[in-house]
Design a protein around this ligand. Structure first.
Ligand code: SF4
Length: 371
């Protein structure tokens, strides 16, 4: 298939592995920012085929995983209201709140629906003026333009029964937080190609300069990831720190400017709490004053909610690259995809789910290699 098979070619992959082995002379820790990249790495066994000196650290770029517990609990409270039709992408329905999830609300009679686009929710609000239709607007810079368009469309249609529970997060402030953490081990980043296809690469140059860290914009197919790693290791070995674009078929330096314009129109930057990590200053978006009447948090007065994470869950350490999923004592025992204790075991981009799905039950250091 065009654009897929050509980026999964085993002969090219073997050459890239060989080149990475050739340039690697000492240990390096490289973070892939996006959960989609993590799944590709684990599914294809890329981490197991790299030279042992190279450690891939799985980053916080899974939007479902970092949506704060307080927002999940607010979603549950709003979705349970009799006048509300609550619309969400499917993978949010199983994310555990303090004591249940959206599937439970649905099973108890709540009108919770899976949609494939925020515009489906806008259409529903048009069709059902007797219902309060709420869309759960989460994610990184990738999902935000469609959510912003939904708000613009709702205003254009004069809808008074549509609102959005917004919890958008931004990649560059997360990279800053990781680099400024006293526990940081990351020496280079594979930036998320789809985020950069929207936002461009211009936000990343200042991070390279401030932290002296190589950043390689990287795609999601096996060859994309190997090329990203090859470029990152080459820079590290040469003592260079530069911004490189290894995903030029999708990413231009300026990004998607019409998308950026609608984001600027609808959202403004705000402090945001990341699940498992904590508050990162200026790391999210909220609706601008002009659009605040579409803000579900304000409309349904769910300001104060007490939250409680599972005491067993260590997803905060997983999201910061401090712990591999299979090093969590609950992994595969109390916590499985059928009984998730944390969002990283639920999401299709979550690192814990990737390790479970592809059978990584034994921490790498505990594997005995036959001589
Ligand atoms: S395996 Fe489960 S309990 Fe452990 S960190 Fe992952 S989601 Fe949390």
């Amino acid at each position: 298939m065009k654009y897929l098979d050509e980026f999964r070619d085993p002969e090219v992959a073997a050459r890239l592995f060989e080149e990475i082995r050739r340039v690697t002379t000492r240990p390096w820790a490289i973070m892939e920012v996006c959960g989609g990249q993590t799944h590709s790495i684990i599914r294809n066994g890329i981490d197991q085929l790299l030279p042992p000196e190279i450690e891939l650290i799985h980053g916080p770029g899974c939007p479902v995983c970092v949506t704060p517990l307080e927002i999940i609990d607010k979603a549950l409270a709003i979705a349970a209201r009799p006048e509300v039709t609550f619309c969400s992408f499917g993978d949010m329905l199983r994310v555990p709140g303090s004591d249940h999830d959206l599937f439970r609300v649905k099973s108890m009679g709540g009108d919770v629906r899976i949609v494939y686009s925020p515009l489906d929710a806008v259409r529903l609000a048009q069709q059902r003026p007797d219902r309060e239709v709420v869309f759960f607007g989460i994610g990184f810079e990738t999902t935000a333009p469609a959510n912003a368009m939904a708000i613009v469309q709702a205003e254009r249609l004069g809808l008074n029964n549509f609102s959005m529970l917004v919890s958008h997060v931004l990649v560059p402030p997360a990279i800053s937080a990781i680099m400024e953490s006293p526990r940081n081990r990351v020496q280079a980043f594979l930036a998320a190609g789809h985020v950069c296809s929207v936002m461009g690469t211009w936000q990343y140059g200042p991070l390279v300069e401030r932290y002296g860290v190589p950043i390689v914009v990287t795609g999601f197919e096996p060859l994309d990831i190997l090329e990203g790693i090859r470029r990152a290791v080459t820079q590290l070995e040469a003592g260079r720190a530069e911004l490189e674009n290894a995903y030029p078929r999708a990413v231009r330096p300026e990004g998607n400017q019409p998308a950026q314009a609608v984001l600027e129109q609808v959202f403004e930057v705000t402090d945001r709490t990341w699940r498992g990590i904590g508050m990162i200053p200026q790391s999210g978006w909220r609706l601008r004053e002009r659009y605040r009447r579409f803000d579900a948090e304000a409309r349904f007065d769910v300001g104060h909610i007490n939250t409680a994470e599972s005491p067993l869950c260590r997803s905060g350490e997983v999201l910061q690259g401090l712990l591999k999923p299979n090093q969590c004592p609950a992994f595969g025992k109390q916590c499985t995809p059928r009984t998730p204790l944390g969002a990283t075991m639920v999401s299709s981009e979550g690192a814990c789910a990737a390790y479970y799905q592809y059978g990584r039950f034994i921490p790498a250091g505990d594997v005995e290699v036959a001589q």
